[in-house]
Design a protein around this ligand. Structure first.
Ligand SMILES: [Zn+2]
Length: 156
């Protein structure tokens, strides 16, 4: 799956296995909210983000309206050492909701992007809307200077 920003300046490529894993987890925890981390890498010119795997948080507290996670630094390092992949963003589900981000989601992404240990400038946020035990839609956003830009489906 290839997505791009409206300006066509940056692209994201998500492997099918990653989409499958996200859908599976979102449906498994339904009607609660689920989520986790996205790992991947960038093209040399930084215009393409490749999302290659997910990681479940060590600990999560899902309340149906908010999703909190505990960062597992050791596993982050292991994934980098063994697979060469870095943290590129987050995903979570919206049970009985759309894939639009909430104001809380935006605030959370600002905190993540401004956290000194976040080494990337433009973390991704992927939101999966789940209804009637089915994934209805998903959206991917790129954080950019306190804004979330939505990626559009690309032709290829
Ligand atoms: Zn949300």
């Amino acid at each position: 799956m290839t997505l791009r920003t409206i300006e066509g300046e940056s692209y994201i490529k998500i492997e099918e296995s990653v989409l499958d894993a996200i859908y599976e987890e979102a449906l498994r925890v339904y009607p609660w909210e689920g989520g986790g981390f996205l790992f991947g890498n960038y093209s040399e010119d930084r215009t393409v983000v490749y999302v290659k795997r997910i990681l479940k948080p060590l600990n999560m507290r899902a309340t149906g309206i908010s999703f909190e996670r505990v960062v597992d630094k050791k596993t982050f390092e292991t994934i980098y050492d063994e697979e060469g992949l870095i943290y590129v963003g987050e995903w979570h589900s919206h049970p009985n909701g759309s894939s639009l981000y909430s104001s809380m989601d935006k605030q959370a992404m600002i905190r993540i992007a401004e956290y000194p240990k976040t080494l990337i400038e433009h973390p991704l946020l992927m939101i999966v809307g789940v209804k009637n035990r089915r994934v209805q839609e998903y959206s991917v956003y790129m954080y950019d200077n306190q804004k979330l830009l939505r990626y559009e489906q690309s032709g290829d």
